[in-house]
Design a protein around this ligand. Structure first.
Ligand code: PLP
Length: 422
């Protein structure tokens, strides 16, 4: 009881400080351990974001909103760069933070600008030839589908499209059935952009290893939502971004290439950091080799302030606690899913019900109605959702992150109720 009273007192003090716009970097860690449903604590977390109180932002799956700490860091550093005439840097710290965050070696992380860039590096870097098969799914985002379709068009690589099923076991079986002697790569989303389903990635990677098939995961969503551990998953390649669930600066991403598989991914672009030495004036001309780290795949002038923002975003997540974040975002999504199902038999729930196959995104349709209209209805009430047209799925997707709460979800549910009854 005492600790609860202390917690509320501290919350009030911090909330006061925040109202004055004084961001306290340590405010969140100073609080006692709280639960995933302790709304007072999560109210304080929301106060760390500039997000308007009027907005019910349920579209983190498209783009995350950054907390003040990230925005301040980037803004201040950009000012410092131009005040002092500073150039470069920041990449090592960002790589170190990402490697710790994802449990990889630092040498296995390349800094990119988004997921799509990472997908293209793998897609073109692997020595695939006409007739080689790549397994993908029927729930891809354009950022994963388009690079592969381009590779199919230009190199004749065969794309074998499997269906995602309602259970992890069935999805795994669908992949197993699709494997042939010509399968060279399984390239699937960890969580697709469509219905928020979590794929059984560890099992997929184990299966692939047994058959000597490489694995590449489109990791646009899980980092920052789930406690992603790439060594535990055991994939060969993973493309992610910091601008969705990690709540980092826009236009920042990463690519993981396992050290064991680095030499199977050809670098097709040269530039500062890619090579281990060059000489254009010697005879013969010299290009010594490729860097034995993630720098093999990125080069040239970058915005070092954004790299600092990545470090801050990871610090912010660690401050709150990654386990606590995962529990909270799943709790909210579960709350929404349960209440949607209860709301009406006309709700067609697309996100799987089983716990291992769902996380923080819920997607649904409404029988005999176009949910795009529900999106417009919500938009008039300042509720931001995502209509998913991809792969002709035509559903509404709701993302729940740490700045959301059950009250916001209740407001959204009211709109769904009106829509269903209209
Ligand atoms: C599953 C998935 N893959 C790839 C992408 C593309 O990400 P980016 O815009 O960072 O390239 C997205 C974006 O929403 C996505 O949801």
């Amino acid at each position: 009881m005492n600790s609860r009273r202390n917690f509320l007192q501290k919350t009030a003090i911090f909330a006061g400080a925040l109202a004055l716009g004084q961001y306290k970097a340590n405010a969140l860690t100073a609080l006692p351990i709280v639960d995933h449903d302790d709304e007072e604590y999560w109210k304080l977390v929301r106060a760390q974001f500039p997000l308007s109180a009027k907005k019910i932002y349920l579209n983190n799956g498209t783009q995350g909103v950054s907390p003040f700490t990230v925005i301040n860091e980037v803004q201040q550093d950009m000012l410092e760069v131009d005040t002092q005439g500073k150039y470069g840097g920041g990449d090592e710290a960002a790589i170190k933070a990402l490697a710790q965050f994802l449990n990889t070696k630092e040498s296995e992380i390349s800094l990119t600008h988004n997921v799509t860039e990472g997908v293209n590096i793998i897609c073109w870097g692997l020595a695939l030839k006409a007739g080689d098969q790549v397994i993908i799914t029927n729930n891809e985002h354009v950022g994963h589908a388009s690079p592969w379709l381009n590779r199919w068009k230009l190199s004749g690589v065969e794309l074998v499209v499997i269906s995602l099923a309602k259970t992890a076991e069935e999805t795994l079986q669908n992949i197993q059935k699709a494997i042939t002697k010509k399968t060279k790569l399984i390239s699937v989303p960890h969580i697709p952009c469509t219905i928020g389903q979590v794929l059984p990635v560890k099992e997929i990677c184990t299966l692939a290893k047994q058959k000597n098939i490489a694995t590449f995961l489109d990791g646009a969503h899980p980092p920052g939502m789930l406690q992603v551990d790439l060594k535990d998953i055991g994939c060969d390649f993973y493309a992610g971004c910091c601008h969705k669930w990690m709540l980092g600066p826009k236009g920042t991403g990463f690519l993981y290439v396992s050290a064991e598989k680095r030499n199977t991914v050809q670098a097709y672009y040269g530039g500062a950091g890619v090579d281990t030495g060059w000489n254009l004036l010697s005879h013969p001309k010299e290009f010594k080799g490729y860097s034995e780290n993630g720098h093999r795949y990125f080069y040239g002038t970058q915005n070092a302030s954004l790299y600092k923002g990545i470090v801050k975003a990871i610090e912010f997540q660690n401050q709150i606690g990654r386990e606590r974040i995962e529990k909270r975002v799943k709790y909210l999504a579960h709350y929404l899913q349960e209440n949607l199902i209860k709301l009406s038999p006309d709700i067609e729930m697309l996100t799987p019900i089983e716990d291992i196959s769902k996380a923080a995104q819920i997607a649904f349709k409404v029988k005999n109605k176009e949910v795009q209209k529900l999106q417009s209805q919500c938009s008039e009430k300042q509720i931001v959702t995502r209509f998913v047209a991809e792969n002709n799925i035509n559903c509404l997707r709701i993302s729940t992150h740490i700045y959301n709460n059950t009250k916001e979800l209740d407001t959204f549910l009211l709109e769904v109720d009106k829509f269903v009854k209209s």
